[in-house]
Design a protein around this ligand. Structure first.
Ligand SMILES: Nc1ncnc2c1ncn2[C@@H]1O[C@H](COP(=O)(O)OP(=O)(O)O)[C@@H](O)[C@H]1O
Ligand SMILES: O=C(OP(=O)(O)O)[C@H](O)COP(=O)(O)O
Length: 397
């Protein structure tokens, strides 16, 4: 299915104030961007707008701030600096989003200038999709561009709000992501193996239900696994879990069994007594996690099981690391799965900020068919859902 929304190519941006929502939700360590994939991915649209003399106003969230004011460690300044470094453009930054300071910085823009606003989530009205947020942001622009594929599944103020007030079109990244993913998911070559892990359990666990309908094998790892262990009656110690989902997880296991879809869960795990750089791992079987231990990675027997399942795949969709890969001692499971995907003769789609950071950490990005900047967003596309951000844009004629 071709992309059905207007894009930046369809509008005149010369001398106009272009308000653009990007996804600069990048991993940071000590104030430095540790994976710049999402910043790089926004550059084609930014460069196009600059070449066409637009005044460019960029906005994004970063992380999940509480929403009652600035949190310096979640400032967008490092992402703005990264954009300047990657492009050589002069990138201005204003430490305000909805106030007079931001408005004044917008007013001072000349054609070709680029301004990054502070984290849109420093105000709780953003996540609540308060119409006031859309209105304030829209006042900064003459047109609205959505290029934040990774956040297009969130009906939040800066993603859908400005479209109510301004002509609203897609950027090149959004267009390419939606086109590529919908065409792969429409008729995946089989066996289709879906791999889901990571920590955003509540926002992604529901999609697993759909994956049972579309995938031949579903591999579960990372923080996602422990809710399923609870459904199987295993104790999970202090591992990440989502109590409200235990019953549904049990229903999913039953549904998969009835449909003949294989769900693979870890059979062993690397556990630790606390979450930290100095934590030391030990291997335990999945039904023997001690009460004072938390699961940090999949274990060696699980790596072998998952590697074998991936080797026979024709399509792999992967979102969410198998463990806390940022800490080297818990990165082994994610690396083993990444290598299995890289070595297999399949169409491979990797989605999500952290999953992509993991693939980059292991130097395997060029072995994958499509690296998507969105984890949750690509999960919703695989589910066949429309993304609210895309829905809010103007239809192509
Ligand atoms: N067992 C686990 N316990 C806690 N966190 C985990 C576990 N396994 C993986 N994670 C964390 O999950 C995070 C990524 O999850 P998520 O945001 O859902 O993925 P993505 O950004 O790829 O969509 C990583 O920071 C990783 O450390
Ligand atoms: O990182 C993101 O999603 P992802 O981890 O599913 O890829 C997006 O920036 C959305 O962030 P959110 O899940 O805090 O709304």
């Amino acid at each position: 299915m071709a992309f059905t929304k207007k894009t930046v190519r369809d509008i005149d941006v010369d001398g106009k104030r272009v308000l653009m929502r990007v996804d600069f939700n990048v991993p940071l360590k000590d104030g430095v961007v540790t994976d710049d994939t999402r910043v790089r991915a926004a550059i084609p649209t930014i460069s196009y707008l600059k070449e066409h003399n637009a005044k460019i106003i960029l906005m994004s969230h970063l992380g999940r701030p509480k929403g009652d004011g600035p949190e310096p460690e979640l400032s967008l300044k490092p992402a703005a600096d990264k954009l300047a470094e990657l492009t050589g453009f002069d990138v201005k930054f204003v430490d305000d989003t909805y106030g007079e300071k931001a408005a004044a910085a917008v007013d001072a823009l000349e054609p070709g200038d680029i301004l990054v606003l502070e984290n849109v989530r420093f105000d709780k009205r953003e996540k609540k999709n308060d119409p006031e947020i859309g209105k304030i942001l829209a006042s900064y622009g003459d047109v609205f561009v959505l290029d934040a594929f990774g956040t297009a599944h969130r009906a939040q103020g800066s993603v859908v709000g400005p479209a109510a007030y301004l002509p609203a079109v897609a950027g090149f990244l959004l267009e390419k992501e939606v086109d590529t993913l919908t065409s792969i998911f429409a008729e995946p070559e089989r066996p289709f193996v879906a791999i889901v892990g990571g920590s955003k359990v509540s926002s992604k666990i529901g999609v697993l239900d759909h994956l049972i309908d579309s995938a031949d094998t579903l591999i579960i790892g990372g923080g996602m696994a422990y809710t399923f262990f609870l459904a199987k009656g295993y104790a999970v110690g202090t591992s990440l879990k989502e109590e409200d989902w235990i019953e549904r997880a049990g229903e999913m296991l039953k549904k998969a069994e009835d449909k003949g879809v294989k769900i693979l869960l870890p059979i062993d795990n690397i556990v630790a007594d606390h979450f930290g750089e100095d934590a030391v791992g030990e291997v335990v079987d999945s039904d023997k996690i001690p009460a004072d231990r938390m699961g940090m990675d999949i274990g060696p027997k699980t790596e072998a099981l998952y590697t074998e399942a991936i080797a026979g795949a024709k399509t792999v969709f992967w979102n969410g690391p198998m463990g806390v890969f940022e800490m080297d001692q818990f990165a082994h499971g994610t690396e083993a799965v990444a290598r299995a995907v890289a070595d297999s003769d399949c169409t491979s789609i990797i989605g999500g900020g952290d999953s992509v950071a993991a693939i980059n950490k292991f130097g395997l990005a060029d072995k994958m068919s499509w690296i998507s900047t969105g984890g949750g967003a690509s999960m919703e596309l695989v589910e066949g859902k429309a993304l609210p951000g895309v829905e809010a844009l103007n239809d192509a004629e």
